[in-house]
Ligand binder design. Sequence first.
Ligand code: DQA
Length: 147
Amino acid sequence: RLVYVLNGPNLNLLGKRQPHIYGHETLADVEAQCRVLAGELNLELRFHQSNREYEIIDWIHEARAHAAGLAINPAAFTHTSVAILDALNAFEGPVLEVHISNVHKREAFRHHSYVSLRADGVIAGFGTQGYGLALRRLAALIDQAAG
Ligand code: DQA
């Protein structure tokens, strides 16, 4: 029951970057909360962030080999990256898309997501709590798939 939680560009600045939009928690805080919850849900967790598109693609390829599910906040790559969509299309387990902010309440260019063409579910506007919700849903989907 290995799951990946992947984070795209600028999320390393979480807590410092536009806190009125993204809140005051850091990505390290989010990772710590995910680790506690993953323990409760009996999930093994790989948690990564990168500002580089290829690194995110490489982690998705790595997940392909041995992960049961994946949650991704692709950040700005959500709206631009056919390459991340293609990588996710090569992943067989459940994929959940997470956005801290409600992208639909924001600029029009944030309303379209390439990743949503693959995602089994999308969480947006729940703040950093969205990560925990995604982990719970991944655990349920992995259980379902296992019958
Ligand atoms: C984001 C929303 C994106 O539009 C933006 O580029 C981000 C973060 C979010 O978590 O709300 O960097 O994915």
